[in-house]
Ligand binder design. Structure first.
Ligand SMILES: NC(=O)c1ccc[n+]([C@@H]2O[C@H](COP(=O)([O-])OP(=O)(O)OC[C@H]3O[C@@H](n4cnc5c(N)ncnc54)[C@H](OP(=O)(O)O)[C@@H]3O)[C@@H](O)[C@H]2O)c1
Length: 242
């Protein structure tokens, strides 16, 4: 366990994050499962994998991210791969959306930026190595009615990927986005039937994606993909080509 590389997956207890935890564990990583509220699911997943650990924080809260870094130092001592997967979508059109809902969405993006900054400083820059994988979304490229703040934040995340890859030039730290299309998780389950039908009509493969189909690309970027940097990899069954 001493030399085992460590991967941290935010929002790792559910959906795409949980699939990433399993895929990275299968690739030999010691995986940190970060969660906010889903403690039962996080514990169940921990029992499934070898040598993992749990870490709790609300990423919209800066103090909780600071505490998280302290715990990572104690528990893991290193972070070789960071998967910024945690996300939430605030759904309402511009006419009914409240400022507080907009701020809630923005606070999580700020948290992604701050967690990444702290992990870079504490672990990756010191060891001159690292992989950062940001889970953005197809809707950051196509737009989506009823999700303006979400689409804005996902587009921002891809801009973050490109800029950070440039800032990390020469440090052996690779930064990429994986932009899923429509994937079967709690997040999409709540969408109204007519919205689902409309999205499905645009998917050339004719079906919704599985979390594992996103996770296998994340695992590839974590372990291989040595000449991919500052890129957005689209995984959407042909919904959008990029
Ligand atoms: N499903 C799709 O079709 C789809 C498409 C494109 C992109 N994505 C992106 O994929 C990622 C994973 O989503 P999912 O579909 O797997 O949905 P999900 O199961 O709802 O997962 C969202 C995760 O984010 C965590 N989270 C939310 N707000 C947080 C906060 N403030 N602080 C810390 N953690 C927070 C949640 O943790 P707790 O449950 O512990 O609170 C949860 O584990 C998201 O970034 C999402 O935007 C999903």
């Amino acid at each position: 366990m001493m030399d085992q590389p460590v991967a941290l997956v935010t929002g790792g207890a559910t959906g795409i994050g949980a699939a990433c935890v399993r895929a990275l564990s299968a690739e030999g990583f010691r995986v940190g499962i970060h969660y906010r509220k889903s403690v039962d699911k996080a514990q169940a997943l921990l029992a499934e994998i070898k040598d993992g650990f749990l870490i709790q924080a609300d990423l919209s809260n800066i103090e909780q991210i600071d505490a998280m870094i302290g715990k990572l130092k104690e528990t893991a001592g290193r972070v070789n791969v960071l998967v910024n997967n945690a996300g939430q979508s605030v759904n309402a059109d511009i006419l009914s959306m409240k400022v507080e809902q907009f701020d809630e969405q923005r606070a999580l993006t700020r948290g992604v930026w701050y967690l990444t900054k702290r992990i870079l400083r504490q672990f990756m820059v010191r060891s001159s190595a690292g992989r950062i994988i940001n889970i953005s979304s197809v809707v950051g490229h196509t737009g989506n009615a009823g999700q303006i703040p979400y689409t804005m934040e996902k587009a921002a995340l891809d801009a973050f990927t490109r800029s950070l890859a440039q800032e990390m030039a020469g440090r052996n730290i690779l930064v990429n986005s994986v932009a899923p299309g429509f994937v079967e998780t709690d997040m999409t389950e709540v969408l109204p039937a007519d919205v689902k039908e409309k999205i499905m009509a645009g998917i050339t493969l004719g079906r919704i994606g599985k979390p594992e189909e996103i996770a296998e690309v994340v695992a590839f970027l974590a372990k291989k993909g040595s000449y991919i940097n500052g890129s957005v990899i689209h995984v959407n069954g042909g919904l959008y080509g990029g």
